[in-house]
Design a protein around this ligand. Sequence first.
Ligand code: GDP
Ligand code: MG
Length: 712
Amino acid sequence: MSVKIALAGNPNSGKTTMFNELTGSSQYVGNWPGVTVEKKEGRLKTDKNVIIQDLPGIYSLSPYSPEEVVTRSYLVSEKPDAIINIVDATNIERNLYLTTQLIEIGIPVVIALNMIDIVRKRGDTIDLECLGRALNCKVVETSALKSEGLFEAADYAVKIAQEGAGAKNPPIFRGNVEHAIAHIEESLEGLVNENYLRWYAVKVFERDKEVRKELNLSEAELKHIEGHIRDCEKELDDDAESIITSERYDYIEKAVSSCVKRKNPKGAKISDEIDRIVTNRFLALPIFALIMFLVYFLSITTIGSWASDWVNETLFAKLISGNLSVWFESISVVPWLSGLVIDGIIAGVGAVLGFLPQMVILFLMLSLLEDVGYMARIAFIMDRIFRKFGLSGKSFIPMLIGSGCSVPGIMASRTIENERDRKMTVMTTSFIPCGAKMPLVGLIAGALFGGSGWVATSAYFIGIAAVVLSGIILKKTKPFAGDEAPFVMELPPYHAPSGRNVSRATWDRASSFVKKAGTLILLSSVILWFLQAFGVAGGTLGMISDNNSSLLAYIGKFLAPVFAPLGFGHWQAAVATISGLLAKENIVATFGILYANNGTATAAGAYMPDFSANFTALSAYSFMIFNLLCAPCFAAMGAIRREMNDSRWTLGAIFYMCVFAYVICLVVYQFGIIISGGTFSVWTAIAFAVFAGLVYFVVRKNPYMKSVKAGD
Ligand code: GDP
Ligand code: MG
């Protein structure tokens, strides 16, 4: 018979790290809350009969956010055989709050006091016996990072799971509260399993709607129960829910003060010192900008571009295409086949893979920043800024995740309690340039801006600005108006990066980039090559020498006028934009194919000169912004659809992104023309009008704001 063990704990306490160690799998580990949004299952390495489940991180068992609902309904209705409660020992008070609730569910609990390595380094000590007595369960010291104590905790969990007895409730509540709860327990007897009696009783006391609905109590019973709750509220002069919360904290505080010995109770820790600087009101943003600039500078301009140049010029151009075309000629392969392979597949896939070294460096550095704990600070800093506009900083976490790939980013929006904010986040997450958009950014920076690191940095900050701007605009519309959700997030202490986490995260992202190049991009390249190699010439469909009259050009020319006011009204750009909907890497692949220098394999970065001849710096920049902000790839649209769970909302979101991108690029391009001394046109006038409209939407008073807070 199999045993089911759930890993439950606060966000960022180390659940996923522990899950990976226990099961030998490789789930994504992130140093900020809300990375695990679905429960994941695996089998214990040492005993395949034991199923381990990684649950989303939660602060409490009250259903405030979707992930709390997932976890709570799983724990209460599906009933794992035991719970390993992972407690971040560096933040023990906050973490034990959930513990006091978990114990009440009646499922056997073992506490894994995680991050014990940090506690030791600080010189603090925690008395396990003492804590175990206070909470009536076994406490095991663990370090998920250093693989310490994990299997001991798991073995113990299996043992108590087989014994089956739930934890005995510790005396958390004082006399009068306990009295009321006991009365409620009496009324519930027989209605629920004896083991869960306490949990249900406390929830009924808190007037938890879900639980009350589930229990379906009679009028008379409810009245009787209400009487007890009211008495208690009167006596303690507080509402029921707050009473329970403060009783829990009081109890925890007592337990912690007698079981935990701190070396420097108030002494400034290094983490705090660093935070004083990097989260400083004035310095925070400049520091963030500088760090992101360095990241992009290193990946796009220096190390990454040396490697990318080699891949482009030597590997793909000379070694692969060069030798292949000689060989094809020697065995006289039919021209269409050699064209397909060299100018289609190699040109397309090669153009994308050429950016792999830059991507690896970029991913490596982003993973480093994340693992060290810096990215969590960014969420915190952005919260301060977002809040000024009535947005929640919680929206920023999905966006940070989205800098790898928008799909998990969009999924991470589930951590946002507030329905309106969640929808808004789903709509705006893909504004942040994901990895797949980086080849485009790298191409524009390399071909038209001499490889400047600023182009990529600006792409990142344009993404953030687009989110903020959209937030301001959308918050003033009916579906999104409302107060911002509170954002509680503790900053994890900084720690030295773990080579394993960083290399795993980098490898995951890089390998999926390569996999996509070998599948989706390859297939797209084949299709694109055929469409651009064939056309109607002299009344018959056949292979043509100039792709300007190809089928693809025909389609592109039909769409191109739409983009003309944005500066890129040629068919190649239109086709690239459309192919980018399949996968954003396709944009670069498309140019690689369309501008392939038929077989002149010695030319360096073959397609780049022809590409840059078709753009000016301004129009290329506008093209880049458009493709960063417009509808994301189909995979991300699918994620939007799943999270919105509604086709109208999904279409609305995609429509919004496209219009937003169009408006921004129109303004950027037309203003750019005027600033650089160009002539005034109808489009300039339209751009001014659109800009005025944009400003109006940003500054107008919120018609849906009920209460105006003073001095905020
Ligand atoms: P989850 O949100 O609970 O799934 O937490 P994760 O497993 O994603 O871990 C969050 C962060 O804490 C990661 O950066 C981990 O490397 C780090 N971490 C996890 N366990 C430990 C530990 O025992 N010691 C230290 N020093 N860091 C840890
Ligand atoms: Mg996790």
